[in-house]
Design a protein around this ligand. Sequence first.
Ligand code: GLU
Length: 601
Amino acid sequence: MPRIGIPRARRTALVASALLAGTLLGVPGRPTEAGGGLPGTATGRGGAVATVDATASGTAIEVLRQGGNAVDAAVAAAATLGVTEPYVAALGGGGFFLYYDPRTRDVHTVDGRESAPAAMRADSFTDPSTGRPIPLEEAITSGLSVGVPGTLRQWDLLLRRHGTRPLGDLLRPAIKVAERGFPVDQEFHDQTARNAARFADFVPTRKLFLPGGAPPAVGTTFRNPDLAATYRGIAEKGIGWFYEGGLAREIVRTVRRPPLVEGAARKVRPGLLTASDLASYRAVSRDPVRTRYRGLDVYGMAPPSSGGSTVGEALNILDRLPRPASDPVQTLHSYLEASKLAYADRERYVGDVPGVPLKELLSEDYGRERACLVSPTSALKPPVAAGSPDGQYETCASASGTGGPLAYEGPQTTNLVVSDRWGGVAVYTLTIEQWGGSGITVPGRGFLLNNELTDFSLAPRPGDPNAAAPGKRPRSSIAPTVVLRDGLPFLALGSPGGSTIITTVLQILVHRLDLGMDLPGSVAAPRATQRNTPTTLAERAFLDAYGPALTTRGQILEPYPGPPPEIGAATALEFLGDGLVQAVAEPVRRHGGSARTVRPD
Ligand code: GLU
């Protein structure tokens, strides 16, 4: 997982100045200077990429150089992340992909979300002996939480519809990296160390990720020949091997009888996955959701992700609230309040169910009705109640009752953005849910299985749109987003972070579009997340810059606990005109990402 070659101390110093710029920003339309010198930023032509990892970004650039398009490059980069970021990106997971097609000027999305086995029920996470939900820790490390992996069918559908290269060719760079290995960096080491106790309990996971019984040391080379062989098998035999062939049988066996080490004290619940669940899995092409904001079109992901609708609803609310570029505190207060209200509706209405009132949630009139609850000088006390997106919006509806608690969602995954020389744009968030997913590696195959089904409401309330059900996909917060100006790409972005994904995407848009920061500054700026929870969780730099002023408006802020104490690790692109593109990765969070262009400017 080699990263950009700037020493950590220097990166921190550079970002400190970006963050300071963030606190001083405020002149309408005047971008900060932060972007120019920030690490993780590249400007150029002919194609651009930003990921969390230099090897993956390098793969994308190679594919683009050889004439591949944004979809080809995104798939190849994702396969490489499966090697270098195996705890977030694996064949054993899923994700959501957004593609702007320059030929038709349409936005497409492809849902590769994991689905529940046919045997899953709303009470599958209830302990029959107590009648209560099983402890979260038990759900996280279990076969029970493993959903049908969607990644390969998603790649297959994407490449057939929008790509130009066969999957086998796009797996080649990843195979090379898996065979030759990559230098272990601090981030890889830390993620392994955080998972070491549970990894040690599974025979194949211990063997692969704890060589010699401990996390690999920083600077050593990590190889994954099993994964290289798996990728090669897929290239040769096709994805049918994974979904219906020998590999499918191995996956089912692993999920139903997790390979625990002898004598492990851990109680690991077996999974419900069957061969027919794998064989019947389909990736789904879905219409994107769209919102108008400041004369721009903001496109995002529809259910089963709540990403697009929640970002869109919050933007509609924000559009009716004060957001002076000269007063970041006022604007951030509006951001926190809009997010609070949109999250109440997300919990109540959005999931993988028929009849999600998307049109109403995203209507400008509903945004006005929700916005009228917000005071510019005092904060609504969370949790606020969901609204009534019922088409009747003449009056300012009062919010009666209270909202429910926020469901658990692990905060770890990865996002990448790619553009190509033809103007195509891909935004792809892929995940196995938790860092390390279920902790269960398929023996001899080099990849971890997801624990995405923990994204269902483990203790569903009556009418909960996110209760588990046979074949259903757990609600996600993943929010790949593209912003068009006059029908052409202007911004593209996405982030990891479980349910903080939505607030990270939203906050970057607020910084860029309302506060007039440039894109690198908007990505680097300190973050806060308000998800209709009793307190707003914020990074230390945010608390330092805005805490006291927001507190006087009634916002209750607390440090984001982590680990690590950072919100999101976003990647983004800005299209500057005349084919010039600025690619932006995080300068510091998760030890920094990697942005490249085919022809640096
Ligand atoms: N499971 C999360 C979701 O779908 C993504 C995982 C993460 O961001 O860590 O929203």
